[in-house]
Design a binder for this molecule. Sequence first.
Ligand code: F6R
Ligand code: MG
Ligand code: MG
Length: 368
Amino acid sequence: MKVTVSLIKADIGSVVGHVVVADEIKAIAEERLKRAVVDEKIIDFRVFNAGDDLELLMTHRRGVNSEEVHELAWETFNECAERAKELKLYGAGQDLLKDSFSGNIRGLGPGIAEMEFTERKSEPLIAFMMDKTEPGAFNLPFFRIFADPFNTAGLVIDPSMHSGFIFEIWDILEHRRVKMSSPEEIYSILALIGGKSRFVIKRVYPKPGKLPGDEPVAVVSTEKLYQVAGEYVGKDDPVALVRAQSGLPAVGEILEAFSFPHLVSGWMRGSHNGPLMPVSFRYAKCTRFDGPPRCIAAGFQVCNGKLIGPIDLFDDPAFDYTRQKAMEIVEYMRKHGPFEPHRLSAEEMEYTTLPKVLKNLKERFEKI
Ligand code: F6R
Ligand code: MG
Ligand code: MG
């Protein structure tokens, strides 16, 4: 039987600046989703926060882009935002960029990662949730997971993974997409996704074999807030879902890809490059220079649409070295202050508040 997993998120206000979602706000979301389970709109849910982002993980049988489920998320965010406004929480209602719901939550501000698939005999699933970075932050680890034999032993050893995977890559500037096959086209895939502010991995599909080829095994949220709002309203802190095991990368192969704290854009004012630090749920709060960018991983077994978990997967000393390395990189990058490449490239700064500052200087220039 098919199940749909929808992970929908929004920054609707946080406590002490952009640090964390208030417990009271999470409780409102939980109440709302509990009612939706009773009303049989959804089968199960979990509410998380990745820093200042409120994350709604829901399972149901309504397929992707379900109006009921999107409306439920939209109403939940709005109810939470109302309370956040009463409490004068910081940035209350920040990501809810449109006034009304019109059938789909896409294009209204929140980020969405959802996929429908046939539930296997046993269905391990990981939800990744990041704060203070953008969707392209998933490019490097997702390439490693599904295409790099030095990360994923199964690509070499497991006959059912040996043929590789299909990547669906989105050009989020030109609004077009392309499907590419790994390993045949890995150099071309990298030619695109190395430019992570523009080309992002949206979905990964299996090659013909044990699993239905039209059902994704991984999906990333790719919404760009800037494109909805037309001005800087914060980074598009992304989320992703990945299925694991039995012919797919093992949980440990998926997590291994996060053991390298690669540089991502975001951090302070969405304007800086910094290392992505994998952390436990309790450290999903960005403090130093509003960062560094973070990622949490919640592991589940899906059982007839019910969620067994979460397991806090980065809550493991095995990731201490990665975190230590990330902090060494933080020290190094911070020493650059306002200089590139700590500050984003001029091209990427277009989508921040810097152009407003530069505009004021325009009159002062004379020809040379
Ligand atoms: C980054 C982020 C924060 C804010 C910064 C300034 O995604 O949310 O780093 O950009 O704290 O926030 P404002 O302009 O709201 O004072
Ligand atoms: Mg915020
Ligand atoms: Mg955030």
